[in-house]
Design a protein around this ligand. Structure first.
Ligand code: MG
Length: 251
């Protein structure tokens, strides 16, 4: 069931989104050679708590941390670890959310640690741009297939694999609500977008094959071929005009 949000609820979601985005920004600023993923997680945790909010992912289905931190071939759901040291040249995908006054924000960004390879840079740029191609289609009257198709086309035409086993989703009182928002689709097909819907659009794009597998820890998703993966996400509200990005940091 898709839950539409009232104007008041959208205000709360904007604040949840701001906290999520600022936590993500601060976590990204902490990415540097020699830093552990657990240290980055703590930066996000501390900020979210300082705002009177709660990390959305912590204890979600048993997830043990504030942020999912996925490096290089890791696609999503990497678990922060005090033994995992980030190195120069890594690409570091951080995905996190915050719940404030009962509403969630959810966002992700792939950060570069120092100087990264041209191939890694191209993958990150393409994935970020694909998110914005999707956002352009997130307009009332369009359908979910329009968003998915835009993301898919943008990436496949550049030679990348679009992860199909994991998708974006509705967001609100629950971190994951209906509908699911795939990064592929057929224009004009799928659920029609209407004002008051709030969804997370989150392309997960692989340098090589779209195929992924889950590590033995039961969480971390990696590319099947061991090549790089990038991930960008915003939570947005559907309106009659351009969508409103709810996950914007402090200026
Ligand atoms: Mg999400």
């Amino acid at each position: 069931m898709i839950v539409l949000k009232t104007r008041r609820e959208l205000e709360l979601m904007r604040e949840a989104g701001r906290i999520s985005a600022q936590a993500l920004k601060l976590a990204g600023e902490a990415v540097a050679p020699g830093v552990t993923t657990a240290e980055i997680d703590k930066v996000a945790f501390d900020y979210i708590k300082s705002q009177g909010a709660t990390p959305s992912f912590l204890n979600y289905n048993g997830f043990p941390a504030t942020a999912c931190i996925s490096i290089n071939k890791e696609v999503i759901h990497g678990i922060p670890d005090r033994h995992h040291i980030i190195r120069e040249g890594d690409i570091v995908s951080i995905d996190l959310g915050a719940v404030y006054e009962g509403f969630h924000g959810d966002n992700a960004y792939t950060f570069a640690c120092g100087k990264i390879s041209p191939a890694a840079e191209r993958l990150c740029n393409t994935t970020r741009e694909a998110l914005y191609e999707g956002l352009k289609k997130a307009v009332a009257g369009n359908r979910l297939g329009d968003i998915g198709h835009a993301v898919e086309q943008y990436c496949v035409s550049r030679g990348y694999g679009v992860v199909r086993e994991y998708t974006g989703h509705g967001v609100g009182k629950h971190l994951h609500e209906d509908p699911s928002v795939p990064n592929y689709g057929t224009p004009g097909k799928g659920v029609r977008l209407i004002p008051g819907m709030t969804i997370a659009i989150e392309p997960m794009i692989n340098e090589g094959t779209e195929d992924v597998r889950v590590l033995k820890n039961g969480w971390t998703v990696v590319t099947a071929d061991g090549r790089l993966s990038a991930h960008f996400e915003h939570t947005v509200a559907i309106t009659d005009g351009e969508c409103v990005i709810l996950t914007l940091p402090d200026r």
